[in-house]
Design a protein around this ligand. Structure first.
Ligand code: ADP
Length: 307
């Protein structure tokens, strides 16, 4: 049996006395897109840096393809394609040469590299930009180039740290499209994101991190079903009506309520909850919508995301 692409047990990272990662366990399977989702400061990048052998592990074990990150960083680096948060392209070299330098670094000869580079440029719609200067590329093109660069040596695992942060919606969707294509080709991917929709869109499985710990793990849709239910009712209420409406809703079996400022989230909003909500004076302030990962986070932490 081949070892899992990545396996962590009791993984800890301290920066001084602060635990950025406070003892987490996870296993990434071959061919899946595995996500680390959570707000800023949750410990996602720190985890990715340990996997990429860029930051030493404080405690616990972390293996990539069965190899210990503490002892075999050189071999591990050859197995990973890393897409860091900053684009880190060489502005003095045109697009194609940026990939050639990388290919050489990974030990590919010119003959081996040429078709790989052609393929990677084509895959990311960058063939026509092969001779362009880096500074002339849009943000979305740079991102795609960094992903293409990470694939040049055919890594076993592609590691992406916040792959679409800072991109406009169109560029973001194009990156998603390409990552889905890679997924369909069986490329194992690990990604961090603070975008709940990105995680739901791309990940087969994910962990939700908060303050260095894992709150939950699973398939995004199963997590939504489990923690938020299929439908969530959002109510915007005036102070005067709050107590009466909440009293009525909390009496409905199977309903859970979270209050965030003037917003009330009603989870498990079946017909009885909807009926109760319909008694609110202004129906314009009651919205029924599908559950999402933000709801899961909210249910697990019991607080707003913006703290
Ligand atoms: P995320 O990627 O989820 O936003 P990080 O892994 O970057 O979170 O950070 C987790 C915690 O570790 C934060 O509290 C952050 O301030 C701290 N941290 C990250 N990098 C360093 C560092 N190099 N030195 C000290 N503290 C750090």
């Amino acid at each position: 049996m081949t070892a899992s692409p990545v396996q962590a047990t009791g993984l800890v990272k301290h920066y001084g006395s602060i635990p950025a990662v406070a003892g987490i366990d996870f296993t990434v399977q071959d061919g899946e897109c595995f996500g680390f989702l959570g707000p800023n400061g949750a410990g996602k990048s720190t985890t990715i840096k340990m996997i990429s052998c860029l930051s030493p592990v404080s405690e616990g074990t972390l293996r990539v393809a069965g190899l210990d990150v503490a002892r075999e960083s050189r071999r591990i680096k050859g197995l990973l394609g890393v897409v860091p948060q900053d684009d880190s392209l060489d502005p003095d070299l045109p697009v194609r040469q940026n990939l050639e330098v990388y290919a050489r670094y990974y030990g590919l000869s010119g003959r081996e590299a040429r078709p790989r580079i052609d393929e990677c440029l084509a895959l990311f719609h960058l063939e026509e930009k092969a001779k362009a200067k880096i500074d002339d590329l849009s943000g979305g093109m740079k991102r795609r180039l960094v992903i293409a660069r990470a694939l040049v040596h055919e890594p076993r695992v592609l590691v992406l740290d916040e792959p679409t942060t800072g991109l406009d919606p169109q560029a973001r969707h194009l990156v998603w499209q390409k990552l889905r294509l890679l997924k369909s080709r069986g490329v194992t991917m690990i990604l961090t994101t603070h975008y709940m929709d990105e995680a739901a869109h791309l990940c087969d499985r994910l962990v939700i991190m908060h303050r260095g710990t894992i709150l939950t793990e699973g398939n995004p849709h199963a997590l939504i079903e489990e923690h938020a239910g299929g439908e969530v009712l959002e109510l915007r209420m005036r102070p005067g009506e709050r107590a009466a409406v909440l009293g009525e809703l909390s009496a409905v079996p199977g309903v859970a309520i979270e209050e965030v400022e003037d917003l009330v989230y009603v989870f498990g909003a079946g017909p009885a909850a909807r009926e109760a909500a319909a008694r609110i004076a202004d129906p314009m302030r009651a919205f029924l919508r599908p559950g999402n990962l933000e709801d899961v986070f909210l249910r697990l932490t019991g607080r707003g995301l913006l703290d």
